[in-house]
Design a protein around this ligand. Structure first.
Ligand SMILES: Cc1ncc(COP(=O)(O)O)c(C=O)c1O
Length: 331
């Protein structure tokens, strides 16, 4: 269904343990070591320049997704645009702020008069595994800048490109070398198996990040000190991330072949942690058919009204369970 199952890498567990004597309040902005590690990682993974890049650790990325509209002062009368098939928390966050949600993949359908304050993009996408090309992301950024709206790009699956290379909103081909109005949201939950630690961060427009820091400081939205130390270790080590990626690659190959062999069509899924599947029938019939074989998947309809004939299969199962799924689909 989507929760990581492989062990937390030893290098990260050691860093957490070594930082466990932490009687004082941690820095909301992150320790200097963490801020430097985030900036260095963003530079490597997103091809971004660290000059005037704002960075801020978050308590996992879900809380930031849920509270971003509120933290930015978005409220009733404002519009938040979310992808037509999307991780539900974008809509939840807009509702928490009392804003209006518009589901759209193309901004031409949003209309010229609406008060759009925030546009969410998610590439590689959950649940579809779709990768948005740089030109598409650039169009979104240009459109938002013209209207003074913020683009928040949820990039928590960026390190998991399979048949397409995901591009960050912070890359110069998208941002044009300026971070004005853009925020990239990242997570260590999947890259480093740290969902249980709650470790994420946001990077981008330094003025927006400063505003987020100010509000989050007062609201007590602080990453615990041992987790900050663990994040430094995680960000500085690419070896464990590459090993984890290979585990997911192998599971993806087994699952894609097994579902295709059982008559499913794999759509998108060119990156990220999921296979987006259809049998051309109502998703609940598919969920039911699979459940009878002891296989649990997410119904597409959870992610948007146009996804009623799809199901989402996560790659986050042990090799043993993945092999069992393949066996049951063959039987
Ligand atoms: C698209 C997307 N964004 C954000 C998150 C939240 O991740 P976390 O809070 O663990 O960083 C998830 C989790 O599955 C997700 O799929």
């Amino acid at each position: 269904m989507g929760t990581p199952v492989d062990p937390v890498p030893e290098v990260i567990r050691r860093a957490l343990a070594d930082a466990s004597d932490a009687p004082g309040y941690p820095l909301t902005a992150g320790t200097p070591a963490l801020r430097a590690a985030i900036a260095a990682w963003v530079s490597r993974a997103c091809g971004a320049s660290v000059d005037s890049l704002g960075v801020l650790p978050t308590i996992g990325s879900k809380e930031l997704v849920a509270w971003l509209p509120t933290l930015l002062g978005i409220g009733p009368g404002d519009v938040v645009v979310v992808p037509s098939i999307a991780y539900p928390t974008y809509e939840d966050g807009a509702r928490l702020a009392g804003a209006t949600v518009v589901r759209a993949d193309s901004l031409t359908s949003v209309g010229p008069t609406s008060r759009v304050r925030l546009v969410w993009v998610n590439s590689p996408g959950n649940p579809t595994g779709r990768v948005l090309p740089a030109a598409h992301l650039k169009k979104v950024v240009d459109w938002a800048r013209e209207r003074g709206a913020v683009v928040a790009s949820d990039e928590c699956y960026l390190p998991l490109g399979w048949s397409a290379e995901p591009v960050s909103v912070l890359s110069p081909q998208v941002s044009g070398g300026s971070y004005a109005g853009v925020l990239a949201v990242h997570s260590l939950s999947k890259r480093s198996n740290l969902a249980g630690y709650r470790a994420g961060f946001v990077a981008g427009d330094p003025a927006l990040v400063a505003e987020l820091l100010k509000v989050r400081k007062h609201a007590g939205m602080i990453v615990p000190a041992p987790v900050q130390a663990a994040m430094v270790a995680a960000l500085e080590d690419e070896r464990h991330a590459e090993e984890q990626r290979e585990r997911y690659r192998a599971r993806r190959e087994v699952l894609a072949a097994a579902f295709t062999g059982a008559g499913f069509t794999v759509e998108h899924s060119e990156a990220g942690l999921y296979l987006w599947l259809t049998r051309g029938e109502d998703c609940w019939d598919t969920v039911d058919w699979l459940a009878r074989r002891g296989i649990l998947v997410a119904a597409g309809i959870f992610y948007g009204p146009t996804a009623g004939q799809h199901v989402r299969v996560a790659l986050t199962e042990s090799d043993e369970h993945v092999a069992a799924v393949a066996g049951r689909l063959r039987a």
